[in-house]
Design a protein around this ligand. Structure first.
Ligand SMILES: [Zn+2]
Length: 98
């Protein structure tokens, strides 16, 4: 189970901002449909809890969101940095004490 991060608009009436939308524990159902345990944005908007299928449509999303909170907060690269840090900590614990 892994997370998938996409650039998407929340709703048509949610302003014009694109957000990092994170599909947690994502499982593909078809080419465009993905089940996720919950869906939220990097800036903290919860879109769905309790498991749902999201259908991805090509909305002409840009490569990066224009939501300032998403851009300044957690991003996929930020998550990657955290993962690297955790791996380093694990290795440090296994390393012999000199
Ligand atoms: Zn956002």
């Amino acid at each position: 189970m892994s997370d998938m991060t996409i650039v998407a608009k929340l709703l048509d009436d949610f302003g014009d901002n694109w957000h990092w939308v994170i599909l947690h524990d994502v499982e593909p159902r078809s080419e465009q449909q993905f089940w996720a345990s919950h869906i939220d944005t990097a800036c903290g908007v919860i879109l769905d809890e309790g498991g749902s299928v999201a259908e991805l449509v090509d909305t002409g999303a840009p490569a990066e969101p224009d939501c300032p909170l998403c851009l300044s907060g957690v991003s996929p690269s930020g998550n990657a940095a955290v993962q690297v840090a955790e791996e380093i900590m694990e290795e440090a614990q296994h390393a012999p004490i000199s």
